[in-house]
Design a protein around this ligand. Structure first.
Ligand code: ATP
Ligand code: MG
Length: 398
């Protein structure tokens, strides 16, 4: 399984200097929307001069802080030239947004591909995906960069016809410096390492935990820490409480289970590094008798639940926006409530009016660059309530 498999696909990379002289629209035609994230929209683009298809990530940069964060993402991507990491090929700074032009990943999300009827899903094929994720991570960690948002949505396939994968979305990634502890409070509860939840310093091993969670879901369709709500999920994570369910893991090899067990270790020092994980027997000596087709049904259910969670979050954020727009005083106080620790009754009602099956606020978000570094900078600010209202969601929508 390699980059060569896709035939015409080649690895393109370059060091990007942000262009503030020209507009992205001078050089690219904007096509349909590909996705939407915390920091802006992603569109398919066509380069006017060459006809090449790209992906353009439009990141809001209305404040100096947003601008710094967007520039930091481009700078980090300049360090990450590897075939298993999505490449930034150009960047344009406009008055209110920065556009990152990236290679276009035409194959979509890996998990969406896997559930296609004509797609083989076995233990060896899963091991090959994990290998590519780890190769990307090995390079990234070698550059002292930690991703901090590894989850299935951030693993895309290069094209519909190949098994070549790339890690995307370096919006929360950080370059770590020796002896400078970095604490963060963002990510997605299901994939977050215990040290993130307890606001302890993160490291390369923080990504390795998320790799363990992704691999667990890939092989079983079950999410090891998912609770009935975010608090339960986070508490399962901090307790590092998980096991291999009899039913879902009955067909999975001992080697695969050992691989996962060595990643889902509460103590970060006990987790395999990316280099060690690549040397694990599950990846090195695939079992020829493990060609059995794995269940796609549970992965389908997992994908459906994740979509509901995202819809729930979007509705919640919309509700809060509406509440604020109805009340000018609230808008003013809302602008400074970073230290607030609760939600108004109106917000409680608004979020309570969401359909029951939509889980409460799920992703813990912070403004990028607001985390505590070396114990000196301001701590990451979170405003959560019972129904999971979190102010940063609002920041990203305003
Ligand atoms: P979030 O933090 O919510 O995951 P984000 O704002 O950091 O989002 P990305 O994850 O980088 O943004 O992109 C959002 C979505 O856009 C992705 O989940 C994917 O569907 C699509 N996308 C991003 N980059 C590409 C790409 N290079 N090619 C094709 N699709 C892409
Ligand atoms: Mg993403």
């Amino acid at each position: 399984m390699s980059q060569a498999e896709g035939g015409e696909e080649t690895f393109e990379c370059c060091d990007v200097v942000v262009n503030s002289q020209e507009k992205v629209s001078d050089m690219y035609m904007q096509l349909e929307k590909l996705g939407e994230g915390k920091f802006g929209m992603v569109y398919r683009l066509q380069e006017k001069a060459t006809g090449k298809i790209r992906a353009g990530k439009y990141i809001r940069t209305r404040t100096a802080k947003e601008k710094r964060a967007a520039l930091a993402e481009v700078e980090l991507m300049n360090l990450l030239h590897h075939p298993c990491l999505v490449q930034c090929l150009a960047a344009f700074q406009g008055p209110t947004e920065l556009v990152m032009v990236m290679e276009y990943m035409a194959g979509g999300e890996l998990f969406e591909r896997i559930v296609d009827d004509d797609f083989e899903h076995t233990e060896p094929s899963s091991a090959q995906y994990m290998q590519q994720i780890l190769e990307g991570l090995q390079f990234m960690h070698g550059q002292a960069v930690v991703h901090l948002d590894l989850k299935p949505e951030n693993i895309l396939c290069v094209s519909p016809g190949s098994h070549w994968l790339k890690i995307i979305d370096f919006g929360l990634a950080r370059k770590l410096a020796p002896d400078t502890p970095v604490k963060v409070l963002h990510g997605t509860p299901e994939f977050m390492a215990p040290e993130v939840v307890t606001f302890e310093p993160v490291g390369f091993s923080t990504d390795m935990w998320s790799v363990g969670v992704i691999c667990y879901i890939l092989l079983s369709g079950e999410s090891p820490f998912q609770g009935d709500n975010d608090m339960e999920t986070l508490s399962n994570v901090t307790a590092a409480q998980w096991d291999f369910e009899e039913e879902t893991f009955s067909e999975i090899s001992q080697q695969a289970k050992d691989f996962i067990s060595q990643l889902l270790q509460k103590d970060p020092r006990c987790r395999l590094s990316s280099v060690q994980a690549l040397l694990h027997p599950w990846l090195q000596q695939p079992q020829p008798n493990s060609m059995k087709a794995l269940s796609k049904e549970r992965i389908k259910q997992f994908l459906t639940r994740r979509k509901w969670q995202k819809t729930g979050k979007a509705l919640l954020a919309l509700n809060r926006l509406m509440l604020l727009s109805q009340s000018p005083e609230r808008k003013e106080s809302g602008a400074q409530d970073e230290e607030d620790t609760g939600c108004s009754q109106a917000e409680d009602q608004a979020s309570g009016s969401l359909p029951q099956q939509i889980p409460s606020f799920s992703e813990l978000l912070t403004d990028r660059g607001e985390e505590e570094e070396g114990g000196s900078a301001a701590a990451a600010r979170e405003v959560e309530c019972q129904h999971g209202c979190a102010k940063p969601v609002l920041d990203h929508l305003e």
